[in-house]
Design a protein around this ligand. Structure first.
Ligand SMILES: [Zn+2]
Ligand SMILES: [Zn+2]
Length: 741
């Protein structure tokens, strides 16, 4: 018997080849009817004998789709003979469009297919791959609402677009060298470099050691061969900072050891930068002087073509922007701002609507949530309100909660300057438009001076909305679990309830009732931010004694400088108090002479971790005390032990440094785990949640996890969001939702 019905599919069902998929299923099952995009949903009218089978197939969805719900209602609408894809209409905005997808294997084959119509075409894509979020202006997802709108299809593309048997049936990004976006090469003055094939010319310039600015999927990269890495870092003034590389797939095993899971991540449709262990920790030091290196595989047609011409097996690649500033996406801006950094520009004329840096993953944990992952959509019940979380200051992004889903934007950057603030505001506007969101609650960091806090206040006062301030480390825990738990937040700095600089906090309870029950010993940060830049100041803040004074004296500090530092700490003048885990690790790096000046975010702690690899660990005495009802782990005691071990060692022995570095991390982690376990025992909790940027440190995270499991507690770490501050906007939404439900 024939059955007729209306099927509404919600979720990520646009930009994922859903309509052609439905069409193919309908044809195979002899169904009559229509399918169309409506708002961000898909609406199907269908009639046929095999309605239930068709419904089951539709509910499974196309490979890239994510289906939240499928609703079937009876329909009296007249259904045509045959099956048709109809033009899109407006409707409710319950869904989301997908992140950008790395080029698929079939499209790579098309590019290298001799005589094929996509041969050598850099922007080849299909319904299963290509840019999505980075090119969309509006929903529904159709070509006219993307930056592909200005490239009308040629007759052959038109024919493929309309052909149900083709992989590009209704592929909104379909394009070829006749009708699609072009690519061109110019010098740093904007003069066009003549030649038949700009990508081949660019590869030759790279092979010759020149530095190239390249417009990619989500923004500009600067690229060069390994031999030019020093020159690129010199031009950017980032001598010490590790850069990522894009590697020819057959070469990656030669420079790094890749686990099975890391390979899965490298080759996933995200194609992120995966931070992996170098085979030889001292090799490729011009790219990264750590024991790790960030690697990614070519992820667009452009990259594959470039590597097909390139003689070198890898390219150093870095986002073209000042650290913490938004990635450059616009050609004119790139020519104006990068003309001293880059020798040549390889650019295309497809506008980047929504910027996306490369995502970064280490040990399966997201360091930067961006291209291929964001917009990130999570089903979670946070009640009836529509909530905006504006994030913290560093590594910020934004999250919007609406109707059972939290959607997190790509990485925005350090919201410390007007340009990045503007980008945050733009990101919020774009997401809001795509979601049709009308906020009634705005969640923000407790820090009163953050630009993001001011932004939150502005929106709230303009529209009469409720503000919910969320303490930084509670947001970390809220992003990890909403179950009752002991929460460990270990990171750099965050504004505490008492206005002090927090950074190693143990909470007990359930979001939003998270009581601070333990923390690291508060120590002096002489000179505030100066102590972050020069970790030797932090070292003296933790251990203000003559041993450290004479160590600093031997390293070239003048008597005057030492006198000022000494007085500063003694009188508490321009000294902040901090419980930061990051600052303690910085100080250990300073003690061991591993890092004396921080030139990029996290540098001393990252170098300490590298220096500790392979080191022998010994358990040190841990000193616990109590302060205002909270249990305290003494960082001073740990530093004293490290100092004593160093003084007992023969001069200049790198193995001793390695062992002390390893033991310091091990005992700090063990102490933090013990704070949490003591709290778990007192409160009768069995679950311990872990978050914060310090948890990226492999040795520290795994020590904490092991100690907790020995104690028969469960350690919960959320791998779906960054452990660092990229989870904070999501955590703010969760916290505010639970508070206001
Ligand atoms: Zn494809
Ligand atoms: Zn074409």
């Amino acid at each position: 018997m024939q059955k007729t019905g209306k099927i509404t599919v919600r979720g990520i069902v646009q930009g994922v080849g859903f309509r052609p998929f439905v069409y193919a299923q309908a044809c195979a099952l002899g169904m009559a009817g229509t399918v169309k995009n409506l708002g961000s949903e898909v609406e199907i009218f269908a009639r046929g004998e095999q309605f239930e089978t068709f419904l089951a197939a539709v509910s499974r969805g196309s490979p890239l789709s994510r289906i939240d719900s499928v609703e079937v209602t009876t329909s009296l609408q007249e259904i045509p003979e045959g099956f048709f894809i109809l033009p899109s209409g407006t409707g409710s905005l319950t869904g989301m469009i997908p992140p950008d997808v790395a080029i698929c294997g079939e499209c790579i084959t098309d590019i290298f297919n001799k005589g094929g119509r996509y041969e050598n075409y850099w922007a080849t894509s299909c319904v299963n791959c290509g840019p999505r979020y980075s090119i969309i202006h509006e929903i529904p997802y159709d070509r006219e609402r993307t930056s592909m709108a200005e490239f009308p299809l040629c007759p052959v593309c038109e024919q493929e677009y309309g052909d149900p048997g083709c992989r590009r049936h209704h592929a909104q990004t379909i394009a070829c060298s006749t009708c699609g976006p072009d690519i061109g090469l110019s010098d740093s003055l904007g003069n066009k470099v003549e030649g038949l094939d700009p990508i081949k010319e660019a590869a030759e310039l790279l092979d010759a050691g020149r530095i190239l600015a390249m417009r990619g999927v989500g923004g500009f990269h600067l690229a060069c061969i390994e031999e030019s890495a020093d020159e690129l870092k010199r031009r950017l003034g980032r001598i010490e900072q590790p850069f990522a590389i894009m590697v020819r797939p057959d070469y990656i095993d030669r420079l790094a050891t890749i686990s099975r899971q890391e390979r899965v991540n490298l080759e996933s449709q995200i194609h992120p930068i995966v931070v992996v262990k170098k085979r030889d920790p001292t090799a490729h030091a011009a790219i990264s002087n750590l024991h790790t290196i960030g690697c990614m595989l070519p992820y667009s047609g452009l990259h594959h073509l470039l590597f097909s011409h390139l003689k070198h097996p890898l390219l150093v690649m870095t986002s073209a922007n000042m650290p913490g500033y938004p990635m450059i996406t616009d050609i004119d801006q790139a020519m104006a701002k990068l003309n001293r950094d880059a020798d040549f520009f390889l650019t295309h004329n497809r506008i980047i609507v929504n910027r996306c840096d490369d995502s970064v993953i280490r040990d399966g944990y997201i360091i930067r949530l961006s291209r291929g992952i964001a917009p990130k959509r999570t089903a979670i019940d946070l009640g009836k309100h529509c909530i905006l979380g504006v994030g913290p200051e560093l590594n910020a992004n934004a999250t919007i909660y609406k109707n059972g889903f939290a959607i997190t934007s790509p990485h925005v950057g350090n919201v410390r300057n007007p340009a990045t603030l503007e980008y945050l505001q733009e990101t919020v506007r774009n997401l809001q438009r795509l979601l049709g969101a009308k906020f009634d609650v705005i969640a923000h960091d407790l820090h009163p001076q953050f630009l993001s806090t001011r932004f939150a206040r502005e929106i709230a006062s303009d529209h009469g909305l409720e503000l919910v301030p969320v303490q930084h480390h509670r947001a970390h825990i809220a992003a990890t679990t909403t179950e009752p738990c002991i929460g460990i937040a270990i990171d750099g700095v965050g504004y505490g309830d008492d206005g002090a600089v927090w950074g190693c906090e143990i909470f007990s309870g359930q979001v939003p009732d998270l009581k601070r029950v333990a923390h690291l010993e508060p120590v002096a940060m002489p000179g505030g931010d100066l102590a972050t830049r020069f970790p030797e100041r932090m070292l003296y803040g933790i251990l203000p004694d003559n041993t450290i004074l004479s160590l600093l004296g031997a390293r070239g500090w003048s008597d005057v400088e030492l006198g000022v530092l000494q007085k500063q700490v003694m009188r508490g003048f321009n000294v902040m108090s901090t419980t930061s885990t990051g600052r303690v690790l910085d100080a250990a790096a300073a003690l061991l002479g591993i890092c004396r000046e921080r030139t990029y975010d996290g540098e001393p702690a990252m170098k300490l971790e590298s220096a500790a690899v392979g080191g022998h660990t010994e358990p040190w005495d841990l000193l616990f005390t109590t302060l205002n009802g909270c249990e305290i782990l003494s960082s001073r005691s740990l530093m004293q032990t490290a100092c004593a071990r160093m003084r007992a060692a023969p001069e200049e022995d790198m193995r001793v440094i390695r062992d002390i570095a390893a033991s310091f991390q091990y005992n700090l982690a063990r102490g933090i785990a013990h704070l949490a376990m003591h709290a778990a025992d007192r409160e009768g909790m069995k679950t311990i949640a872990l978050s914060g940027g310090v948890a990226y440190n492999h040795a520290i995270r795994e020590t904490i996890r092991k100690e907790i499991s020995v104690h028969s507690c469960e350690c919960v770490i959320n791998a779906d969001y960054p452990l660092g501050d990229g989870c904070v906007s999501f955590g703010q939404c969760v916290y505010a939702g639970k508070l206001r439900r």
